[in-house]
Design a binder for this molecule. Structure first.
Ligand SMILES: Nc1ncnc2c1ncn2[C@@H]1O[C@H](COP(=O)(O)OP(=O)(O)OP(=O)(O)O)[C@@H](O)[C@H]1O
Ligand SMILES: [Mg+2]
Length: 496
């Protein structure tokens, strides 16, 4: 075997006395897609931050093409040829694609802003990524997020990268966008670039990965060839036990109509929308990214204006003009955007968990602190939030654990209707099961549960009924017997 491009030996890292990486090893070769797989909080993103020079290692060594290196700053890492793209897009939507590709880079590279040169280079980069070079003249904001993600890669490649790092790049992409991204990544692999790829989606790992390094609790468990390893084996190594039930679906009887949406008209929709959700069922909402599902949820929740239509909860029509009205009416909306709408990062987990239900703990104007504490601890246990410290600031949690806190916040309220938007995005396969169990508990308590998800296996596995949206209209309504991947996809693409 040739010398690895990158070798990490026995790296350790602690945060305020807690050891997060405990002597981790990794080696990455040129021309491979190397997957990092591990539970939420296992240390994947922390490892990446050492490789990009964002954090320094406490102990351990790093070799680049056989030579020992230390990265004090992000530019040290960039200079050897490591490029990173992050989940959040860092581009200015108003600028043209080629301008964004060279944004921040134009000054060091050219004494004068040389547009002709920039355009030529940008075209070359897009061709390398298997994309249409004419895109360079488009306004960046007019492209879908999938393409914008690819533009991010092009941007990363302006620095002659040999290793491209992607930490959960696909979590907000639709199926076709993921395919587009993968096509670009495969082109780069052919050229001999190494790629480190993090995802919680096993199908993606299977499709794209060459080798997988499985992390558990800050240590490497094993590095395995992806093709020869079945997914169940990977999961087993990752969680340290067999996971026999991926979708813990329970049997339940349909009860009363709990949520009724009648003739709801949202400005951008072609026609008004109506549907109902019942007790005893988990109602799924399927569709491609951009089909208008989040907009629908936001309109129901009073976060976006609606022009006409009514919303009833257990037979009673509610006036909902703001999220505050919605919460008072008994609605809970667990958003997909945990950082933007879900969490107060500078506050503790306990604070965040209790944020929506403080009124429950007030008696004669006095906060019942003990009860608040208990509730915080309860959900930290229940959702297996790691580290299990309710007094820790939300900022310091891993991405998936932050998502669990958002879920816990809403479960703490006395809502009647729970709308989940991509609840398991960024959550590891083991923890997903915990989230599904909590949904089961909700329906057992007679609550109404609506789940928006882009992961069809999840909807098929957990829902009693699935509605499908396409460009702002409802194009399908399936029960467990009639629902199938093909039928839903057909409805989601408008019947084509
Ligand atoms: N700046 C920090 N201060 C304190 N603790 C931190 C900090 N950054 C990370 N941690 C902790 O390090 C551990 C590993 O986090 P990391 O973000 O690397 O996990 P991850 O494997 O990327 O998880 P996920 O799949 O949820 O993204 C977590 O327990 C996290 O709380
Ligand atoms: Mg992470």
């Amino acid at each position: 075997m040739s010398e690895p491009l990158l070798q990490v030996i026995q790296v350790k890292k602690s945060f305020s006395g807690t050891e997060v990486l405990k002597g981790l090893d990794l080696d990455v070769e040129a021309g491979e897609v190397h997957v990092l797989l591990g539970e939420n909080g296992a240390g994947k993103s922390t490892l990446i931050k050492m490789l990009t020079g964002a954090y320094s290692m406490d102990e351990g060594e790093m070799y680049w093409q056989g030579e020992k290196v230390t990265f004090e700053t992000p530019s040290d890492s960039m200079n050897v040829g490591i490029a990173t793209i992050y989940q959040e897009l860092n581009m200015i939507p108003e600028l043209k694609v080629y301008e964004n590709i060279f944004l921040g880079n134009e000054r060091h590279r050219f004494s004068m802003l040389n547009r002709k040169h920039m355009k030529r280079k940008a075209r070359e980069l897009l061709i390398r990524l298997g994309q249409n070079p004419d895109l360079i003249e488009k306004r960046t904001g007019s492209l879908g997020i999938g393409l914008q993600q690819i533009i991010e890669i092009a941007k990363a490649l302006t620095t002659d990268a040999k290793l491209l790092i992607m930490d959960e790049p696909t979590s907000s992409l639709s199926g076709t966008e993921v395919e587009q991204l993968f096509a670009s990544v495969k082109e780069l692999r052919k050229e001999g670039l190494a790629i480190i790829f993090i995802s919680h989606r096993l199908e993606e790992i299977k499709e794209l990965g060459d080798r997988v390094t499985i992390l558990r609790d800050g240590l490497k468990v094993e590095t395995l060839p992806v093709k020869e390893t079945i997914s169940d084996k990977m999961v087993e190594l990752m969680v340290g036990r067999t996971l026999n039930e991926k979708f813990p679906k329970i049997e339940s009887e349909r009860g009363k109509e709990g949520l009724r949406v009648d003739g709801l008209q949202i400005a951008m929709y072609p026609e008004p929308l109506s549907f109902s959700a019942y007790q005893g069922e988990i109602l799924g909402l399927a569709g491609l990214v951009g089909a208008g599902r989040t907009e629908l949820a936001r309109a129901i929740f009073g976060a976006d204006p609606k022009t006409q239509g009514s919303i009833s909860i257990f037979g009673q029509e509610m006036t909902i003009n703001s999220p505050k009205d919605a919460i008072q009416a008994g609605l809970a909306f667990i958003t997909e955007d945990r950082k933007g709408e879900g969490l107060v990062l500078g506050q503790t987990l306990r604070f965040n968990i209790n944020l929506g239900s403080l009124f429950k703990y007030k008696q004669a104007g006095v906060l019942k602190k003990r009860a608040l504490y208990k509730n915080g601890e309860h959900y930290v246990q229940e959702l297996n939030i790691q580290p299990a410290k309710a007094g820790m600031k939300a900022r310091f949690l891993s991405g998936g654990n932050q998502q669990k806190v958002v879920i816990a916040k809403w479960l703490s309220t006395d809502a009647e209707v729970f709308i989940f938007d991509e609840p398991t995005r960024g959550i590891d396969v083991g923890a997903k099961v915990e989230v599904y169990r909590l949904m089961n508990e909700l329906i057992e308590k007679g609550k109404i549960v609506v789940v928006i998800s882009s992961e069809l296996p999840e909807l098929l596995g957990m829902c009693d009924r699935i509605l499908v949206m396409h460009e702002g209209t409802l194009t399908g309504d399936f029960d467990r017997e009639t629902a199938s991947q093909e039928r839903i996809m057909r409805a989601a693409t408008g019947g084509k």
